[in-house]
Design a protein around this ligand. Sequence first.
Ligand code: FUC
Length: 883
Amino acid sequence: MKKWILTSIISSSIVLVATANESEKKAEYLANKKKNIESRGNKYDEKQWSDHFDAQDLNKDGALSAEEKTAYKASQKASKNTAKKAPKKDSKQRTPKLTATVVTPLATAKLPAIDPVNTLWFQQPADSFTQSLVIGNGRLGAMVYGDPTQEQIVLNDKSLWSGSKIEHDIAGGHVNLPQIRKHLAAEEFDEAKKLMRGAFKVNHGPAYGQGISPFGRYQTLGKLHLSFADTKEPITDYHRQLDLSTGLGTVSYKRGEQAFTRQHFVSAPDQVFVTRLTGTQKFTISMDRPERFKTEAVNNNELVISGHLNDGFEKDGMHYVGRLRVIAPKGSVKAEGNTLNVDAKGDVILLFAAATDYQGIAGRATADPLAATTADLDKVSNKSFDQLLSAQQADHQQYYKRVSIKLPTTENSACATDVRLKKYAEGGEDPALAALFFNMGRYLIISSSRPGELPANLQGVWAEEVHTMWNGDYHFNINTQMNYWLTMPCNLIEMNEPMINFIDSLVEPGTKTAKAYYNTRGWIAHRLTNVWGYTSPAGMDIGGAAWLCEHLWEQYAFTMDKDFLKKVYPIMKSSCEFYIDNLYEEPENKWLVTGPSASPETGFLLPDGKGQSGICAGPTIDLQQLRELFGNTTQAAEILGLDEDLREQLAEMRPRIAPNQIDSEGRLQEWLKPYETREPGHRHVSPLYGLYPYYEITPEDTPEMAKAAQALLEQRGVAQSTGWSNAWKINLWARLHNPEQTSAFIRQMLSDNAFDNLLSRFRPEREGGKKNLFQIEANLGYTSGVAEMLLQSHPTGGDLDAKPLIRILPALPKNWPSGKVTGLRARGGIELDIEWKDGELVDCELRADHDIPLLKVRYDGTTMDLSLKAGKPTKAFASKDAE
Ligand code: FUC
């Protein structure tokens, strides 16, 4: 415990600042809450939200043990003492500042050659999570701050979830469904809501900041601290970088005359986090987390952090273990209490392994995490650093190198990443920065989604809190799906696997949920889930399951792999069964609609000031998703020669689903009726689902509807604070073939929605009061958006007889006059390289996985027919200008 107290004292300035800002933060939170609630016509209760804020301690997920309490109190006391001594201006400081060592950066003349589209670099240590170097292997994650004297590294294991598996469904509410639907048709939304409350009750739903729930939350594993003895000598020649092409994070500096380097990576082949420190130095190692842990020194060269998370009932739930082994051949390592003292006379290697006893839908499934961590370390301890590094690089590069991108550099491209972002936000040009951010998305999915593991959650795998915002869960009304938009176009099929398995895992609990709440066949998941298989109601948008099925079909569309289709077809079929049983005829037009449902997460005003509602029948997004699901499932059944009856039924029902409609303002309608939206600039752009990711609206085939979609997109504008919303808009504007707008949203993303370490920013001022939050989907959705600007391959011709069409450079902005992208993939099993100069295509090469007798390829309004032979590179629009 001693060390834990110490490190808390060391970082006392964080505690200080947080306390000083608490009342300001609370006032701001309450003001936003009030505005938000009242803008929806609801009553704001000051006491309720004040209590809610107080209950939101982002660093606590449950009761502390007696030992932790003592340590915590002591650290609080210590920080108070420091507070008294601290100069006044410190406690007023707005930005929380960690104790980053003062460093002098490496002189420009001495900088190593830095690749501006593949490397992030900084001239100072990180002073927050959002400046740290982000590394991971799909299961383990680490974030390196890079402070020369007080290093801290956040550690993560993707399966580390509080909560536990319980029965959440409360059956029987379906008896109320006919009456709820009557109310919806009669626009008696309050009555519908009242009845719904009875019909859709849940046994312990997710708790957002309101205490403990068996739904649980994704949590940090903890922090590794390295405290260096020599803090007096000035630090010069400081340099910190992350090479996306290798996954290697490096920190180097000089202390006095001596040079030091630290290298960090997380190995997928060896399943460990590895650090090498060079230079003669003395340091102390400790590990901690905000709660529910103990750290012990074992075997004189190991530290083990372990504990049990809250199971949601204040009892011990998941067991986790993190084990650090220190290898110092030319020095000594000694345990002292729960720390290790290292006296290094040369290189020191730190190896870190982690495991939990999670035995759910994915992951390593071990009952004994303690033994698993020992085994992990034993397997690698006799390997050299270089061996470990080259295995990890070979593994990483087999994915990363499949795609490359080049965009023009400017003077700004040579600056440190944080400086580049700043200059860009001030209006500077730096196309290569857009390419770096594109590569960051590819890097992040490779580092957070690997076969056999859980899919990337709201923060991928990186979290430094125990109360991760939104529980760090899996949301199905945009977030989880957006995480996986890039995998197929960016040639990362292996990274798609966790998502496919995850969808599969929802069928069993989702079938129970469908029966319990709707008394129907098939499976359903509602707005969100966790790692425990939650499918019960939580927000009433019910198109999420259909949306997930899109990912099954799209993997087939990109690969033409019939074995894969055969494997996933039952999931699609069962999803269709749910919706077939649930669709009903609305009385006015006799269209088939869903209900009760909602257009995520907004609502409408009733005419004549009669109130407002989010709950409705047949929001546009659901209907688009069902046309897509029914269409894809029909095609899948045809390809596999299965289920003729089902095909007939889908063919009969699909055209009866309520169509897309245009309101009197010329906008695509969000609801069945032309209601006025209660939030014109809402971040969700759900009715545009039909434009992207689905493609039933295209400028070529449905120009009127595309115009209406554009009008809605214009009304939604820029979501100042929400990265994912703007990332979606890049994809949407690309589908509208509008390079200026895609370019404007890229500027928005890089100016306002990217942190210094290029994690994407989500600022839910209006939602949780917590600012500057990281959510990963904007990173990944941005990358798919850029891919969509350079290459599109969705079918055209409308409806089920649609034909594949490859569109080259469909939304190329003027400020990217030249560039090259290699290795992108198109539907149909095709890989492409595309190069352009002065805004004109100069080279385009296609390589197909199998013979394609006729393929249509379009560039700049001209369409040509190509015939491709498996594996044989073929040029399209071969240009004499290509040099
Ligand atoms: C959706 C969004 C929120 C947030 C959450 C995780 O519900 O509406 O803005 O991104 O997911």
